[in-house]
Design a protein around this ligand. Sequence first.
Ligand code: NI
Length: 205
Amino acid sequence: MNRSRLLLILACLVAAAGLGYLVLRGGPPGGQPARVAGPASVGGPFTLVDQDGRKVDQRLLKGKWTAVFFGFTYCPDVCPMTLQTLAAAQDQLGPKAKDLQFVFISVDPARDTPAQLKTYLSAEVFPKGVIGLTGTPEQVAGATRAYRAYAQKEGEGADYVVNHTSAVYLMDPKGRFDRVLAYSLTPDEIARQISAAMRDGPKPG
Ligand code: NI
């Protein structure tokens, strides 16, 4: 294990711990009064561009359950693993998979052009129909903030990486946060949790 990979793993753990803290608190320290896993605590407005060059915003999430996650196409391990795990979960969901969409938000807009996202996400081993989003650095930073996600460039030159949140955010068909699907979950467990969320329906409020 080289140093940058170790740092990547550490960064993911720190980000996951931070997210867990925020979800449990329902807000940043000193912000709104504490509240348990409030639906408004993760997510919100964003403006980005999809892999076909179309401008999209948070209305993209309306009408379907959505697995939102952050990454970049040059990611050596976390992103390909997440995408393959989600592909297996998509298979296991069977007919229910038609009510679920996948949204991959790039944290590397300098390299992840719409065309680059389109090529990357068309890989056979990834879920079918993943929507890839990118934008200006400001737009990407805004989306990352809205989801309380973490992204930090590391390294110089052509071989830099972007350490990033590894969790998947499950959003309900109203575009509100439902739950976090941790990176450590198996495809079985992800499919089970998504099925349970679909069965229970969007949380009230
Ligand atoms: Ni990644």
